[in-house]
Design a protein. Sequence first.
Length: 68
Amino acid sequence: LAEKLRAAHGRNEFRSLMLVAESRFLGILKSCLDEQTRKSLVATLDREYHQKSSSELSRHLEKYLLTA
């Protein structure tokens, strides 16, 4: 995943990045990110949302996206 994010960042597919994951995985992922991709991080949330529907997830994360 870190490599996919690095490649996407290199292709300018995003300018800012928000990561949402279970805390242990989030820590591992952040440690695997290259410096340039890490600099694009605007927010991280160590939460599990795997049981929420897409619409529930969108509504919940909207407040974070508006401030990022």
